[in-house]
Design a protein around this ligand. Structure first.
Ligand code: P6P
Length: 341
């Protein structure tokens, strides 16, 4: 019988930290604080149907979208859990227009945290899996003062860690700190994240594609040809692919990470930059996918190499199994060449 090693997130982080003698433990403590926030958010998400927390606050967020009470709860929980640990110099959230400064009574740290507190929130009332996404950088501004917007607008390839928490049939925290991707499932019996997925790798080629086909009319012609290609029958290349689209980025990407697949939220004639946000959705997911052996691009350029301009900027995203992302890039490029003739 193989020895099943019962490894909590806390123990895993300590073991990972031991691999780097120069590690100060700050990042480990930051990840630990994040896991605490995740537990509290999970508790609320999983009982949302039982208390009067479902529904709209009546407010709108910075993007004019109606804010669900759980969105704000998750945002507030992340800020309150993370602002006093002494590990951060600044934070940024999908729910706040500007950066979030660390209150003067707390110590300033050397890390930067960007997060989407509750992605997929439009699915909350339907009990569909939703998630928290986070991205962590080292500060680049002088260490003697408050963090700045410059600290937040770094290339995705500068991330030191990234992850997500998916609140679904179980609550799982999936993260990378640059040494592989690891998944931890929350055991509600004693409130610990226990390692359930060590060194997650995503298949190089898949049979699943995820895209909102309701936007077909507005797509790039190369994308239309690619999707039609996936729907043709060709046993050798495993076609037709299966279409799976939940409408919750964390849920769609989590399934594709484990099973293989390509998730696409493209630019189209109505949304020239697509819908999803670079800094706290696409960059962290791209870091995770690349660490798992996959690929993430905007259709042409590596997501992690996109120069950030604004905190809430949107980018087109094609992310998942490496060969599938390369294939869609080739369809988009070919169409551009042909239309340029
Ligand atoms: P659409 C959820 O609102 C979200 O931000 C992502 O989680 C999801 O992938 C996408 O939007 C779904 O957008 O336009 O297909 O409903």
């Amino acid at each position: 019988m193989p020895q099943i090693k019962f490894l909590t997130l806390a123990r895993h982080i300590i073991e990972e930290e031991r691999k780097y003698p120069e590690a100060t433990g700050e990042l480990s403590n930051l990840l630990h604080d994040l896991s605490l926030a995740a537990k509290v958010i999970s508790l609320e998400v999983n009982k949302a149907g039982l208390v009067d927390i479902i529904g709209f606050t009546g407010d709108n967020n910075v993007h004019g979208e109606q804010v669900k009470k759980l969105d704000m709860f998750a945002h507030d929980m992340m800020v309150r859990a993370m602002d006093h640990g002494g590990h951060l110099c600044v934070m940024a959230s999908e729910e706040e227009e500007d950066v979030i400064h660390i209150p003067s009574e707390f110590n300033i740290g050397k890390y930067v945290l960007l997060f989407d507190p509750l992605d997929g929130s439009s699915n909350i009332d339907a009990n569909v899996s939703i998630g928290t996404i986070f991205s962590i950088y080292r500060r680049v501004s002088p260490e003697d003062g408050a963090g700045t917007m410059e600290d937040c607008l770094q290339f995705g390839h500068e991330q030191v860690a990234a992850g997500y928490v998916i609140y679904g049939s179980s609550t799982m925290l999936v993260y990378t700190a640059g040494s592989g991707v690891h998944g931890f499932t929350l055991d509600p019996a004693f409130g610990e994240f226990v390692r359930s997925h060590k060194n997650i790798t995503t298949p190089k080629k898949s049979k699943i594609y995820s895209i909102n086909e309701g936007n077909y009319l507005y797509w790039h012609p190369g994308l239309k040809k690619y999707i039609k290609y996936l729907q043709e029958e060709d046993k050798e290349s495993g076609r037709p692919y299966t279409s799976r689209y939940i409408g919750s980025m964390v849920a769609d990407i989590h399934r594709n990470l484990l099973y293989g697949g390509i998730f696409m939220y493209p630019a189209d004639s109505r949304n020239p930059n697509g819908k999803l946000r670079l800094m706290y959705e696409c960059n962290p997911m791209a870091f995770i996918i690349e660490q798992a052996g996959g690929k993430a691009s905007d259709g042409k350029n590596r997501i992690l190499d996109i120069q950030p301009e604004k905190l809430h900027q949107r980018v087109p995203v094609y992310i998942g199994s490496e060969e599938d992302v390369k294939m869609v890039e080739s369809f988009l490029a070919k169409e551009e060449v042909e239309s340029a003739k």
